[in-house]
Design a protein around this ligand. Structure first.
Ligand SMILES: NC(=O)c1ccc[n+]([C@@H]2O[C@H](COP(=O)([O-])OP(=O)(O)OC[C@H]3O[C@@H](n4cnc5c(N)ncnc54)[C@H](OP(=O)(O)O)[C@@H]3O)[C@@H](O)[C@H]2O)c1
Length: 229
């Protein structure tokens, strides 16, 4: 059987980075991206071809177009797409968040996954299989103070994923996924040292990767949560 391909946005740190060795151990080929060019060079050295790492800012249509064109050329339609890249706003009420910061989080957290789907779904639908996991959050299903912009983007991910799932009809499964609460740079930005009370990304990846590998058409449009999350 041909090796399967997983696309992971935001694989230079945090949850994305922690999943890489586990997918490779399971025999998958990886196409990953992030903004940090030095980290992308380092990943290319650590995990050489057939894996592929590319600098890509998911808020830029031109970067996504180039990344997805390379994916389709090198691997063909991917089997699994993990739209993981995202940012969180600095803790503050909405009225203390600048218009520029609000636009930035919308561009990365909503327009990024939407653009990845726009570029990859036609080829995946043509082949007639595959799974797209859009990273949501507990804060895509309930709210908290000081994170209104982030909550808005993750509620949007839930709606975007469920509506797109109706469009694909399950030919390609589209799933909003709450990963749980994990001690990463993002959580530290919100919880400070309190983040240390939560599992680390490596522990999370050991639960998440086998779970993601088993997702399929039956999961289309279902808001899911990583077990133990
Ligand atoms: N950690 C948690 O407890 C938690 C809880 C709920 C949901 N989540 C969700 O899980 C996902 C991963 O979170 P995390 O905790 O691993 O975050 P993180 O530690 O802050 O890592 C975020 C990753 O996304 C990349 N990224 C950010 N902006 C990007 C952009 N414009 N283009 C491309 N890559 C970009 C970053 O790389 P570069 O800096 O190199 O671009 C980094 O690799 C996110 O969708 C987050 O909302 C996390």
């Amino acid at each position: 059987m041909n090796p399967k391909t997983v696309v992971i946005t935001g694989c230079t740190r945090g949850l994305g980075r922690a999943m890489l060795p586990l997918f490779i151990k399971a025999g998958w080929h990886i196409a990953g991206c992030g903004r940090n060019a030095a980290q992308i060079t380092e990943l290319s050295r650590q995990f050489p071809a057939p894996h592929h790492f590319q600098t890509c800012d998911v808020s830029l249509e031109s970067d996504i177009a180039a990344f997805c064109a390379t994916i389709l050329e090198k691997f063909g339609p991917p089997d699994l797409v993990l739209n993981n890249a995202a940012i969180i706003n600095a803790n503050a009420p909405l009225w203390e968040t600048s218009a520029a910061d609000f636009s930035r989080i919308i561009d990365i957290n909503i327009k990024g996954p939407a653009a990845m789907m726009r570029h990859l779904l036609p080829a995946m639908l043509k082949r007639g299989s595959g799974v797209i996991v859009n990273f949501s959050s507990g804060w895509g299903r309930c709210t908290a103070s000081d994170v209104a912009p982030y909550c808005a983007t993750k509620y949007a991910i839930e709606g975007l994923s469920m509506a797109t799932a109706q469009d694909t009809g399950g030919k390609v499964a589209v799933i909003p996924m709450n990963p749980g609460i994990i001690d990463t740079d993002m959580l530290r930005s919100t919880f400070g040292d309190g983040a240390g009370g939560f599992p680390d990304a490596d522990d999370w990846a050991r639960r998440a990767v086998p779970y993601f590998i088993k997702l399929g058409p039956k999961d289309n449009g279902r808001p899911l949560t990583v077990p133990g999350g």
